[in-house]
Ligand binder design. Structure first.
Ligand SMILES: C[S@@+](CC[C@H](N)C(=O)[O-])C[C@H]1O[C@@H](n2cnc3c(N)ncnc32)[C@H](O)[C@@H]1O
Length: 209
């Protein structure tokens, strides 16, 4: 796999099938590539943010869990009730091998998720809402499966915020009183080595409903 272009290669996926295939191919070397070539920080910042809002005994869904980098950071901070989903079976298989998730399954943001409403105290999504990745429409289902007064902690690629409809979805969910914004970071470099010019924001929403 060509390390310089691998992130661009997944960003450029035409549809979910191609995205899943590309992540399947990348899954075995994803952790090493991200650490060595990109210095990915999103999973660490999401887990740090979680500690400010969510108690260790609360239930968490890792949205777009990938190989489990964010799950590992949450476990390291004392969380033990973590489920996850992702569209890539290859990434899920890597996450399964960690034995830190109670339940891992295939799920696609932008489609109906196979979870009951009000299932989780918190949802975390690190590096999932981005160009060529999950759409803003995926927020509706994430909000549905979080309990009232629960939290949704996520990174959003800053240059996608208006362009890909996240600003509009944010406003729609605020106006309909389904969520409340608790925190929004300034744009930050979350891939400082590989993509220093790309910035992400971290958001914390409280779910109202
Ligand atoms: C950059 S990786 C981040 C993985 C993990 N959260 C982390 O911090 O390492 C993005 C993940 O989102 C998943 N993903 C992208 N679009 C998705 C969608 N529409 N539904 C579910 N998962 C998606 C990918 O398969 C991939 O595992």
């Amino acid at each position: 796999m060509e390390h310089e272009s691998v992130v661009q290669w997944v960003y450029a996926s035409k549809d979910n099938e191609e995205l899943a295939n590309r992540y399947n191919q990348w899954s075995k070397s994803y952790d090493n590539d991200l650490a060595r070539d990109f210095d990915w920080k999103g999973h660490i910042l999401c887990a740090d943010t979680l500690t400010q809002y969510v108690m260790q005994n609360e239930t968490i869904i890792d949205v777009g869990c990938g190989t489990g980098l964010c799950g590992t950071e949450m476990v390291n901070r004392g969380y033990s009730s973590i489920d996850g989903f992702d569209l890539s079976e290859g990434m899920l298989n890597e996450a399964r091998s960690l034995n830190i998730y109670n339940d891992l399954r295939k799920g696609i943001l932008g489609e109906t998720l196979e979870y009951d409403s009000n299932s989780y105290d918190a949802a975390v999504a690190a590096g999932v809402f981005s160009q060529g990745h999950a759409p803003a429409s995926g927020w509706d289902e994430v909000v549905r499966i979080i309990k009232p007064n629960g939290h949704f902690i996520l990174t959003i690629r800053a240059d996608s915020y208006e362009l890909l409809g996240f600003k509009e979805k944010h406003q729609e969910l605020i106006d309909s009183k389904k969520i409340e914004l608790l925190e929004s970071s300034p744009p930050m470099q979350l891939l400082p080595k590989g993509e220093p010019d790309v910035h992400h924001i971290i958001r914390v929403y409280k779910v109202l409903k």
